[in-house]
Unconditional design. Structure first.
Length: 387
């Protein structure tokens, strides 16, 4: 089988590596328009158990990922200059660059043809030259937007604006901070991902961006970081004199992506191209990699391509929709944070952690042990029969 993969993010790379693991005879070509080391984003966080089936599919790879993990066991809510921490959570995080480097090495080792700094050829060309086209081309997927009716795409751009930055302040837990600036609140989602490095995502609304003069086309990333840091001085202890690191100055807009159908003929969506979840629950990478596991398994278990793509969608769509419902509650909470400002710190903290009593971070790591066991056995057995 000849497979084209569009996109060298975690979803596309993991899928390519897994397919070559279980079906070394398949030809897999992956296009990534960025340079190999271009990765956007600083760290990615996983809640405990979240790796589940993703890890079980390639435990050797994940030994290397886990070696690079920073781990912690609490969530802190910083509000009005005070941080209230809650224990009993387990999180780990890794640099996005490290993760992608390990995935690339895995692909190269297994014989995936990697074409970096190359935009994929147009979909009709790929469709005719390959048996399967996997569109792992991210939230702005051109594959998906070229066939919106075929996929039944529903996009919902939100009022949630964000800038994905880093800092040399090493936070010691997942920290949600709300900083009241003269222009309105800025929310911060920060967590460590490597020694001396933390992810630092600032989220706000169009109104605050405009009022604070934060969105200025043409401004350099350094000036953008300085402008944000200046507003955050309203809470001096948050950065504590450390600097913000910004690699791009464009504020993103969170967009909910849903597709009624995940495939169209021999083209199939995977990861953010198929679905998004708000970054406040930190699940997008894991979901993309879970898609990769499910698609690799479905292609091996089904002789017929339409059956394989139907099996993949039947397994993943309901699971993703469940996470999207949780993520929506979380997203809504952060989008309406100004309605909670003024609550006493203890009440504010528990409101945030339980998102109005509807979700808690403890609800997120839904570790399905049967599923993990099934994936582990499936890959072990398939590997034994192909080698
Ligand atoms: C602010 C923010 C914070 C986040 N934090 C976390 C977190 O802590 N934990 C977590 O799990 N997730 C997090 N996410 C989500 C996570 O980044 C995504 O869900 C994840 O990267 C999806 O992987 P993917 O492989 O589907 O797509 P992507 O990682 O977006 O990769 C798609 C790739 O396709 C390439 N591409 C696109 N078009 C073409 C083309 N025509 N030809 C060639 N290449 C192309 C792009 O260059 C890109 O590299 C966060 C997201 C945001 C916005």
């Amino acid at each position: 089988m000849r497979i084209a993969v569009i996109g060298g993010g975690p979803g596309g790379l993991y899928f390519a590596a897994l397919v070559k693991q279980v079906a070394p005879g398949h030809e897999v070509v992956l296009w990534e328009r960025g340079e190999a080391e271009d990765a956007i984003g600083f760290g990615v966080v996983f809640s405990d158990g979240a790796l589940g089936g993703v890890q079980a599919a390639d435990p050797v790879l994940f030994d290397s990922v886990i070696d690079r993990f920073v781990r912690w066991e609490s969530v802190g809510v910083r509000y009005r200059g005070r941080t209230i921490s809650h224990d009993g959570y387990r999180f780990s995080a890794v640099g996005r660059r490290s993760l992608l480097r390990l995935l690339r090495e895995r692909c190269a080792h297994r014989g995936v043809e990697l074409r970096f700094a190359s935009a994929a050829p147009p979909l009709p060309v790929l469709r005719s030259e390959f048996d399967l086209v996997v569109a792992a081309d991210g939230v702005g997927s051109a594959t998906r937007s070229s066939r919106p009716e075929a996929f039944g795409t529903r996009l919902e751009p939100r009022d949630s604006r964000y800038l994905w930055m880093g800092t040399d302040r090493m936070f010691d837990e997942l920290t949600f901070a709300v900083v009241e600036t003269p222009h309105g609140p800025l929310q911060v989602h920060a967590y460590p991902y490597a020694p001396g490095h933390s992810t630092f995502i600032v989220e706000t609304t169009d109104r605050v961006l405009r009022a604070g003069g934060l969105e200025q086309p043409g401004r350099s990333p350094e000036d953008t970081a300085r402008a944000v840091a200046a507003l955050l001085e309203a809470d001096e202890g948050l950065l504590g004199g450390h600097r913000l690191i910004c690699t791009g100055s464009r504020w993103g807009r969170f967009t909910s992506v849903r597709n009624d159908r995940w495939s169209d003929g021999n083209a199939v969506l995977l990861g953010d191209a198929a679905h998004t979840t708000h970054f406040s629950i930190g699940s997008g990478t894991k979901l993309a990699m879970e898609d990769a596991v499910a698609l690799a398994m479905a292609l091996t278990d089904n002789r017929d391509l339409p059956d394989a793509l139907a099996a993949y969608e039947a397994e993943r769509k309901p699971a993703v929709e469940r996470m999207q419902r949780v993520a929506e509650v979380s997203r809504d909470w952060f989008e309406h944070v100004d309605e909670r400002i003024g609550l006493p710190p203890g009440e504010f903290t528990s409101h945030l952690l339980t998102r109005s009593g509807r979700i808690s971070h403890r609800d997120l790591p839904l570790l399905d042990r049967d599923h993990v066991e099934r994936v582990r056995n499936w890959f072990a057995l398939t590997l034994a029969t192909t080698s």
